[in-house]
Design a protein around this ligand. Structure first.
Ligand SMILES: Cc1ncc(COP(=O)(O)O)c(C=O)c1O
Length: 400
């Protein structure tokens, strides 16, 4: 008899491997890819049942597709959410969530440390559209110290944050922040891209919404773009029926299938990414050319204790503060296995220099206010042999 995963009673790896299997009429182990833009109906009575919500069915793939639905349901199980809605990229998910909040006409609260595209969306879309935006800090990860409570007391459409954050790996205490948000009735959305559901589940810690760029660890092979938002039925209902189909950034069935395939090995990959990143963080933090390594697995990281409490591994991302712009760039040029590129979460290790690449569009002052110094290098530690990665880093550091 086929295994029928029933949510939480199976372990993470079992849920990731078996997803939503068992629903296929031909009992295919791997889900089919429904490459169709539209669906037909045998009768107007069926039209009424499907459009009236009495029978599950699909009308048009911008509003729903069976392969995409499998991905959404699998992700909801992995994050412990009731529902999920998929998007064509992480930014598709983020922009839909933020525009759904814009309808409330209240101020937006954001953590200061965000992916550059999210910040770009805030500055180039939300603010010009008339939104009031406030950035808050989480010194040492604590919500009680950076002005959050005062901002929550004044009322807000929602608080949006990342932990660990891109690119400086700030950690925020999710349980404490969620409890504070709940006190003031403000929804909390967490971009969980860096941790992935294998290492951290914000909904279980009290968040209302979880967002992923599926382009990264979920897909896991650097060959697609995708995004997803997970939460309770009511919150996801509006994203599914209004923002996703009307903004139109919905996921293709082919990419949903590839992400489902990637998810099967997510837990194994995250363990391997975490081990290799821990090794490189130790090597880097002992070198004289390195001012500081930002990695939540290092005991000296200010969020280390919180990370150990709320994560099941400290992940594959780290950033390195070199003394100068030149040292950072020389280090990158000398790497042989670890390639220069802006994405992350791939089997191939990648480095990027925020001041020259992801954050080039921001002034030096803005970058400095975000802790992005000229000598900062972000590294996505991949799945190559640990010894080769260690040697690559040691050789690039030699003589700096
Ligand atoms: C933390 C984080 N969130 C969201 C995104 C955006 O994802 P996408 O590139 O899939 O739109 C990224 C991309 O790098 C990211 O690092």
């Amino acid at each position: 008899m086929a295994i029928e995963p029933r949510g939480e009673e199976w372990g993470f790896e079992t849920r990731a491997v078996h997803g939503e299997e068992g629903n296929d009429p031909y009992r295919a182990l791997t889900p089919p890819i429904y490459m169709t833009s539209t669906y037909t109906f045998p009768s107007m009575e069926t039209v009424d049942r499907v459009t009236g919500g009495k029978e599950e069915g699909f009308v048009y793939s911008r509003a729903g597709n069976p392969t995409v639905r499998q991905f959404e349901r699998t992700m909801a199980r992995l994050e412990g959410g009731e529902e999920g809605v998929a998007f064509s990229s992480g930014m598709g998910a983020i922009s839909a969530v933020l525009l759904s909040w814009a309808k409330k006409g209240r101020p937006f609260l954001f953590s200061r440390h965000l992916y550059s595209g999210t910040r770009h969306f805030i500055e180039s879309m939300l603010i010009p559209l008339g939104a009031t935006v406030r950035y808050v800090s989480f010194p040492e990860g604590a919500p009680s110290k950076g002005g959050l409570e005062e901002a929550l007391r004044e009322g807000a459409a929602g608080l949006f944050l990342e932990t660990p954050s891109n690119p400086t790996l700030e950690i925020v205490d999710l349980s404490a922040t969620a409890a504070l948000c709940r006190t003031y009735g403000v929804p909390l959305a967490v971009d969980n891209t860096f941790a992935s559901p294998a290492l951290q589940n914000p909904l279980a810690l009290g968040a209302d919404l979880v967002i992923h760029s599926a382009t990264k660890y979920l897909g896991g092979h650097g060959d697609l773009l995708g995004g997803v938002a997970l939460g309770d039925r009511q919150t996801i209902g509006s994203l599914r029926t209004v923002e996703a189909p009307l903004l139109g950034a919905t996921l293709s069935p082919m990419n949903a299938w590839l992400i489902l395939r990637g998810i099967k090995t997510l837990a194994l990959r995250m363990e391997a990414h975490s081990q290799r990143a821990s090794l490189l963080a130790r090597i880097l933090s002992g070198h004289r050319a390195v001012v500081r390594v930002h990695y939540p697995g290092l005991a000296e990281h200010p969020g280390h204790g919180i990370a150990l409490r709320q994560m099941r591994g400290t992940g594959g991302m780290l950033s390195i503060q070199f003394a100068s712009f030149e040292a950072a760039r020389r280090f990158m040029d000398r790497l042989r296995i670890i390639r220069i590129g802006v994405s992350l979460g791939d089997p191939a290790s990648l480095v990027e220099h925020p001041a020259s690449m992801s954050h080039r569009g921001w002034s030096r002052e803005v970058r400095q206010s975000l802790g992005i110094e000229e000598g900062l290098v972000r590294m996505s530690v991949g799945l190559e042999s640990p010894d080769d990665l260690a040697r690559d880093v040691e050789e690039a550091l030699a003589g700096l």
